[in-house]
Write a protein that binds this ligand. Sequence first.
Ligand SMILES: [Zn+2]
Length: 241
Amino acid sequence: MVRDVLGLRNGVALLLAAVVSSLHMAGAGAADVAKVRCGDAQVAVSAALSEDAASVCAGARRAVAFLGGIGLTTDRIIELEVLSPTSDKIPDNVYGCYDAGEDNVKMLAYVACSGLGSGSGTFGESMSRDLYESIAAHEVAHAIATANAAVGGLSRVAQEYIAYVTQLSTMSAQLRGRILARYARVRPDGLNGIAMGIWLMAPDVFAIRCYKHHLLPGGGAQFIRDLLSGSVDLRPLDAHP
Ligand SMILES: [Zn+2]
C-alpha cells in the first residue's frame, strides 16, 4: 500500500509524503483505501486510487497556498475523502462537496466524474485531471473559509465567491485561459453581478464574475478578508438577483 501510493507514475507523486494510516472498506467490491498527507500541507486524503489522491492533493495544496498567501490558515488538518459513486456519503451527480456537518471534503472518484460529463459548475469543460484538481481546490477553499469566518459564519454567496476565486486563481493557466475565452463576454458587473440568484441560475457566470471582480481594484485579498470579517456582506444582494 505504501509503495503503491509513493510509486505514482507522474510528477505529483512527490506531493504524497507520509502515510498516516490505511483501512479496508467492507463489503462487496471492497477496495484498499490509503490515507495520505499531502506533503507538508495540513491536508489528508483518503482514496482508493493513488492517481486520485495525487490529483486531490495537488488541488488542495494550491488552495492552501493561495489562501495562506492572503493570511487565511487553519491549525487543523483538512480531511478529504475520495468516494465511489455507490457511496451514500456524497449526493448523486456531484463532483465534490464540502460537508459542513462533518467539516470535511468529499470528492467523487475521477473515473466516476468523467462518466457524469460536463454540467453546471464545470465551465463547459469535459472532465480532465486539471478540472478535477480545481474542483478539489474549490471545496478546500470552503473548508478554509469556514475556519476563518467571523462569528456568525459566512453567507452562502460569500462562501461561493471565495471558493470560485480560489478555483479559478489556482487552476492550470491552460484551463483558465480556455474558460476565460469561452466566457469572454461575461463582465464583472460590480457586486450587482455577484448574488445568490445568479449563482443558482448560472453558476459558471457567477464564478467568472467573482474572478473578474477579484482582479479589479476593490477586489483582491482585502475584499476576501472583508467578507470573512463581516465588514462586507453580500447577503443584501440576494434580494435583487
Ligand atoms: Zn462551492
